[in-house]
Design a protein around this ligand. Sequence first.
Ligand SMILES: Cc1cc2nc3c(=O)[nH]c(=O)nc-3n(C[C@H](O)[C@H](O)[C@H](O)COP(=O)(O)OP(=O)(O)OC[C@H]3O[C@@H](n4cnc5c(N)ncnc54)[C@H](O)[C@@H]3O)c2cc1C
Ligand SMILES: NC(=O)c1ccc[n+]([C@@H]2O[C@H](COP(=O)([O-])OP(=O)(O)OC[C@H]3O[C@@H](n4cnc5c(N)ncnc54)[C@H](O)[C@@H]3O)[C@@H](O)[C@H]2O)c1
Length: 461
Amino acid sequence: MADRDTGIEFDLAVVGGGSGGLAGAFRAAEHGARVVLFEPDALGGTCVNLGCVPKKAMWLAADLAGRLRMAPSLGFNGLAGGHDGGIDRLDWQVFIAHRQRYISNIHAAYRRRLDAAGIVVRPSRARLVAADTLECDDGVRVIAKQVLLATGGHALRPDVPGAALGGVSDDFFAWRAAPERVAIVGGGYIAVELAGVLQALGSQVDLFVRGTRLLNGFDAQLCEQLAEDYRQHGVRVHFGYGLGEVESADGGGVRLRDATGQASERFDALLFATGRAPNSAGLGLDAVGVATDARGHVIVDARHATSVDGVHAVGDLGTDAALTPVAIAAARRLMDRLFGGRDALFDACDIATVVFSHPPIGKVGLTEAEARERHGDAVHVFSAGFRPMLQALAESPQRSLFKLVCVGQERRVIGIHLLGEAADEILQGFAVAMKRGITLDDLRDTVAIHPTSAEEVVLMR
Ligand SMILES: Cc1cc2nc3c(=O)[nH]c(=O)nc-3n(C[C@H](O)[C@H](O)[C@H](O)COP(=O)(O)OP(=O)(O)OC[C@H]3O[C@@H](n4cnc5c(N)ncnc54)[C@H](O)[C@@H]3O)c2cc1C
Ligand SMILES: NC(=O)c1ccc[n+]([C@@H]2O[C@H](COP(=O)([O-])OP(=O)(O)OC[C@H]3O[C@@H](n4cnc5c(N)ncnc54)[C@H](O)[C@@H]3O)[C@@H](O)[C@H]2O)c1
C-alpha cells in the first residue's frame, strides 16, 4: 500500500531524525531503499542540538578560558587574568551565536543530503498502529515494509519535592550567561562535563554526588585524580550527598536540603544530571507488542530486532550504550543487512568513550577492577603519571595519569585509561590497536613521537 500523500510505497520508515535515525535513513537510501523519516523537531536529535555538539563547543570555550588564564604566568602581557572582566571572561552571547551558526550549518547539510538521497521527511511525531503502519499527529498513515525506531531519550529529575525548581542539560543549553553560583546534582558524564565547563566559564560550581566517586565505570584511580583536579579548579565536590528536597531561596534561586533536612547555601541555578530515560511512551509499542524492559527501553537482540517482526530499534531508545557513534554504527549495520545483502553485525565490544571533563578522561576495554574480577592474578597494570609540558611550564598542578590493563604472559592489552590533556584525541588510535589484539611489547616496539603526552602510552613501564 502507498503513502496517502506521496503515493510512494516505502521500504523503510524511520521514527526519529537523530544520530541513529539519520544514519539508518541515509544508509538504507544508499542501498536503494525508498525511505520516509519522521522528525517533529530539529534534524540531528539530541547530539546535534542538545548534546555532543553544543556541549563540545562549550567545552572548547572553557578549555580556551583555562589556557588564557594560564598565559600571563608564561609571559603573555596584556592578557588580564581573573574572573572579573578579563580576556578570559567569555561573552556567552557572542560565543553562542558562533555555536548556533555551526549547528545551523549541520541542519542545512542534513537537509541537502536528505533531498539528494530522495528521503521523504515528515515533520511530525509518529506512532506504530501496526507492525508496518505508522500514524502521524495529523492522522496520516504511512506504510513501510521495515520500521526503524530511533526516538532517543530525555533527562530525568530525581523524585524529590521541589525538583521542578531545577533544570536539566537541555536548559543549560538555553543559558545566555554563567550564573554566579550553580549546584549540579549527579556524578556521571553530564554532571562532570557541565561542572567543568561552568567553573571554567565563570560560575562557582558545587557538585553533589550521591555515591563516593565520580563516573562509575571509569577507572577509580583516574577518577580520584579527576576529583582532585576539579577541586583545584575551584569546583566544590560533595560525595555521599542524599538529596531530600529543593526549595526556593529568599532573594531568588534555590537551596537544597539533604536527606537529614540540612539546608545548603543559596544557588542561583540548579541542574540535575541524574540520568536519562528512553522516549518510548506514546510510540504505540504496547498496541503492536514491542517488548520493553522495566525502564522503558525497547529490548533488541544483537541484530537490533525487537520482539515484533520488521520493527527494529537503535540508539538511546534501546539497550545499547547511550553514545552517538554506537547509535550510528548499529543503524548502518542494520541497513547493510536489511537492504545491502551483507551480514554485518554491530560489534559492541571495546567501545572507546571520553568524558569531556577538565582535563578529559577516556577509556576503552576493562578497568583494572573489572579485569581483576575476570582474570584474577593474570592481570598486570602499568601506569604513567606526569605533568604535560604546558602545565609544567606554567607551573600548573594539573597532572595526567595513563593506565594500561594487560592480561597473561604476553601482556595482551585489554584496557586503556587516559586522564589528561589531549586524552580525548589520543585514545581513538590506541582503541583501534587494542581491538587488533596488541600486547605491551607491540606498544614498546613502536617508536615514540616526542615530545607528546601520547608517547607515554608506548613508553609505559
Ligand atoms: C548533554 C549531552 C551530551 C552528550 N554528549 C555526548 C558526546 O559527547 N558523545 C557521545 O557519543 N554521546 C553524547 N551524548 C549522547 C548522545 O547524544 C546520544 O547517545 C545520541 O544522540 C542518541 O541518538 P538517538 O538517535 O538514539 O537519539 P536522538 O539523537 O535523541 O534522536 C531522537 C530523535 O527522535 C525524535 N523523536 C522522539 N519521539 C519521536 C516520535 N514519536 N516520532 C518522531 N520522532 C521522534 C526526537 O525529536 C529526536 O530528534 C550526549 C547526550 C547529552 C544529553
Ligand atoms: N561524552 C559523552 O560521550 C557523553 C556525554 C554526556 C552524556 N553521554 C551519555 O548520556 C548518558 C546520560 O548521561 P547522564 O550523566 O545523565 O547519566 P549517567 O548515567 O552517566 O549519570 C547519572 C548520575 O546520576 C546519579 N543519580 C541518578 N539518580 C540520582 C538521584 N536520584 N540523586 C542523585 N544522583 C542520582 C547517578 O549515580 C550517576 O552518577 C550517559 O550515560 C552517556 O551514555 C555521553
